[in-house]
Write a protein that binds this ligand. Sequence first.
Ligand SMILES: *Cc1c(COP(=O)(O)O)cnc(C)c1O
Length: 426
Amino acid sequence: MPEPLSAIAEPRPDSDKRPGPTRPIRKMDFKMAYEPSKRGPATSSVHGGELRQQEANAITTPIYQTSTFWFQNSQEVIDYQEGKTDREEYGRYGNPTWRAVERKLSELERGEESILFASGMCAATTTFLAMLPSGSHMIVTSDCYRRTRQFIDEYLSRMGVEVSIIEPSNLDAFEAAIKKNTVLFFTESPTNPYLRVTDVTAFSELARAHNVKLIMDSTFATPVNHRTIEEGADLVIHSATKYLAGHNDLLAGTVTGSREAIEPIRKALGVLGGIIDSHGAWLLLRGLKTLSIRMERHNANGNAMSRFLEEHPKIRRVWYPGLESHPDHAIAKRSMSGYGGVVTFEIDTNLEGAIRFIDSTRIPYQAPSLGGVESLIELPVTMSFWDYSPEQRQAWGITDSLVRLACGIESEEDLIGDIDQALKSV
Ligand SMILES: *Cc1c(COP(=O)(O)O)cnc(C)c1O
């Protein structure tokens, strides 16, 4: 396996001699741009993890469409088994296309290593299975992703794993829930659908003091908006299906962290087998190249939409971490560089009025998911909570006129104009 970071850390020997307009770039700045830990998120999105030297001088990483990798002779097999060579072996354990994505993501997240999975759920379930021995205890927040909760309740419980559920962002509740056998704390930030933001620094200090691993599902934040590992998270999980891939065209999951923390999860993936195919990995690699620039537009649209809605007479309440009225605005402002494209709001109407509104929108597709270039909209009550009783919905805080709008990267005026016209039908 070539050493990728040093490969891209070296400027090309002839790069100073290339023709073209000369810009006054100081030598110092020029060197810094090649050092992965010092470059900006847009440079990391494009160049992170890519090998400068590809087969046939190609610019882009190929799709390695192969299920296995051959050895020239038995000595190569033996050298590989003894750890003397670093290379690929069989498709369930690695593929050079995935490696490029893993390196790009590690650079964006500022973590040592990353792993890809077939979906975000696969990333979470494989991580839990790798980290939780039977009889251990974990802590999660009450609004964590429904299927994650289901995995804990229906599957981890069979292995005798105990769980405590606390309110999001409640540090005192976290401390009170820690027991002798607590292994990990899992939370999302921002959460769905109320976009609560976790003070990662405070939680990670408390977790470390009790030898508990802090795992952040950073799907709604992305490494562009929130660098949770730098703030102290041990592992960061993404449903890469959302912003990382960004085009509503594939499912994938990722986990990033220290080499030591990642190792057992990589082993578990090799056994459980929830791997991404190399074409999907390549689409993710391609999507990631525009992550930083897409996030600029998602952030701008989310921000403008939340402010428009907050002023609208037919809106009861808006939840967006960038709004001064959001309960976690101060934490978000301190730790995040943007607040994303998802805006949650409650219309001053009943279920019928909310349905009239959502069915009148023209630009967003009515669909689950978020983070893609196309705006998506849903009523959580019909999309995710239809089979729940009114009491259960109330406990989750899901009202009949609650809307989740995941702003894509369309023009701000068009999106706001569409929501404005649809609100007339409430
Ligand atoms: C979508 C989502 C998941 C699940 O990811 P899949 O890629 O759909 O398996 C997990 N967590 C969050 C916060 C999500 O939005």
